[in-house]
Design a protein around this ligand. Sequence first.
Ligand code: IMP
Length: 425
Amino acid sequence: MAVDLLLGLQWGDEGKGKIVDVLTSNYNIIARFQGGPNAGHTLVFNGKKHVLHTIPSGIFHEDTTNLVGNGVVIDPVIFKSELDKLEDQNVDYRKSLVISRKAHIILPTHRLLDAASEASKGKAKIGSTLKGIGPTYMDKTGRNGIRVGDLELSDWKERYRALANKHESMISFYNVDIEYNLKELETEFFKAIEVLKSLQFIDSEEYIYQAQKSDKTILAEGAQGSLLDIDFGTYPFVTSSNTTAAGACTGLGVSPNKIGEVFGIFKAYTTRVGSGPFPTELFDKDGEDMARIGNEFGATTGRPRRCGWLDLVALRYACQVNGVTQLMMMKGDVLSGFKTLKVCTAYKYKGDIIQHFPYNIEPENVEPIYTEVEGWAEDLTNMSDASEMPKALNDYIDFLEKELEIPITIVSVGPDRKQTIFRNK
Ligand code: IMP
């Protein structure tokens, strides 16, 4: 069976966790392929909210295997706290959670390096979640990293010490004021490592290959969003992994000709957390209303998210880079009550009108060109069937489908599993 992909098409926080949870009953395996605890995937069911950072969003379904792929970076301390929360809810993860031996480990000193690097950048800082993501991927590509499989080797602690010592000299090189107590951090880290070691480590590419051969259904769960991709995002204000479709191939060991559906998730408007250009960002009451009604605060850091109108130039670009086959529109309910909605359909770029996503999207280069569409007044949050949707919402969706040339098959009208409207392709 082909592997289906589920990806965020904007700057993250599109609601991937909810949709993975909704779709999980169709799949035998849910696999994370990149990112790490910088992600915060929120699931709501039975009146309770659950936030996952590294663990795939299929974990609450008993018969689903949840795989942490080789492309993921794992912080054992955060991983352990996620496991503790699952235990509190009597989720039996021991059989259903498997981890690639090739996934890299975030050390306490990676987190400190992240903080030192950001502090040294001053105003030019990325706005990182400071989870050690960048430094860990740097060690991966620099061929210095420690992988999950290394924990099975007798000398892994010596390797750890050598790398941590190197990191300490690098931290002092940054010459910024970072206070830390490495001994304390290490006590917590080594305790968490023991918990990690009690889980099932696997050769995940072989596992996935065999699963595909025996017709198991697999959904690869993306983290962050396409505009944060290390290659195709708004560099340098991006994360350090490939968040786009190709990342699923390298992050799981799946060949490109074995990819099936590519589900692209987007919000009915746009948000961004952290620094970096955002052409349709709003600084007025509309932006404040989106933030308030949409409860736009980071699930990992609690930081307020910047809000703006839907940007079809950016969305079209994300659909192209990922080969999206179906779209899923999130948070349509947040726009209820806006009289008029604006959608950016082109950019004015250095005097020309363009429809592609250019190299520079900073405000001095790009001015969004908007099309206005009628809003809807109805509360959508109790709707569960496409026939209940107001005409203006249907018109908005028709407009987006025409512009993007891809069907919108799910409209999400609230955080709960139940607040999901399926539309025919
Ligand atoms: P890092 O990956 O934590 O270093 O953060 C790099 C940039 O990506 C920052 O602007 C973060 O705010 C952003 N970012 C990282 N992970 C997420 C996410 O899961 N959702 C939204 N933004 C994210």
